[in-house]
Design a binder for this molecule. Structure first.
Ligand SMILES: Cc1cc2nc3c(=O)[nH]c(=O)nc-3n(C[C@H](O)[C@H](O)[C@H](O)COP(=O)(O)O)c2cc1C
Length: 185
């Protein structure tokens, strides 16, 4: 699919068709996530592919989102801080959040490219998810991504106009002052 179309077509999908996606497509999305930037090229982001309906039901409860029950797959994204915090100390925590976000976006864009839908879920009871998936204490859960073919006909969410968040030279400066050009003789 055309790059700009993928970016514009991606939207959160909260309703899924009964048709089961091919799990190899999901592996392709994980492959796309592998190419995301990461601090020091330390790849701390981990992915758990869940297809067991009982575990999916548990994750739906942990997130208090019923639509997760209709997903054929849920990918759970985690960060292992061990190497990144050793390299970057307290700044490492910020890097872990940022690089997992970059990996998640690559993942979601590849889902769109393959005609699949998913939703970035950040609200869940961490301990519940960790207990169900046997995730070690030191590892943090970044997101749950329920996946399926979209049956979601809701409108695309409205995005802010560019001039509401884009500044020139200084934070909050909305206008670009023309530079005086000194002509060479
Ligand atoms: C960090 C983060 C956490 C999110 N958590 C949830 C969530 O818990 N439940 C949910 O339904 N959507 C969640 N979303 C999806 C947003 O609601 C969605 O991206 C936003 O409404 C914009 O819609 P769009 O993704 O269709 O462009 C989350 C998105 C992000 C980036």
């Amino acid at each position: 699919m055309d790059f700009d179309k993928v970016i514009r077509d991606r939207k959160s999908t909260r309703k899924f068709k009964k048709k089961r996606p091919d799990w190899r497509d999901i592996l392709e999305c994980i492959e796309a996530a592998r190419y995301a930037p990461s601090a020091g090229n330390l790849h701390a982001t981990k992915f758990i592919l869940v297809d067991n309906p009982e575990i999916i039901a548990d994750l739906s409860e942990a997130a208090d989102h019923d639509f997760i029950l209709d997903a054929h797959y849920v990918v759970v994204v985690c960060s292992d801080p061990t190497q990144v915090e050793r390299a970057y100390y307290e700044r490492g925590e910020k890097y872990l959040r940022q690089q997992s976000g970059a990996a998640i976006e690559n993942f979601l864009l590849k889902l769109t490219d393959l005609g699949l839908g998913g939703c970035w879920i950040g609200a869940f009871v961490d301990d519940h998810v960790k207990r169900v998936l046997k995730i070690p204490d030191r590892v943090s859960v970044e997101a749950l991504i329920p996946i399926g073919y979209s049956a979601d006909i809701s409108r695309r969410s409205k995005k802010p106009d560019q001039d509401s968040f884009f500044y020139f030279n200084k934070y909050g400066a909305k206008f670009l002052k023309p530079r005086r050009v000194v002509e060479e003789r």
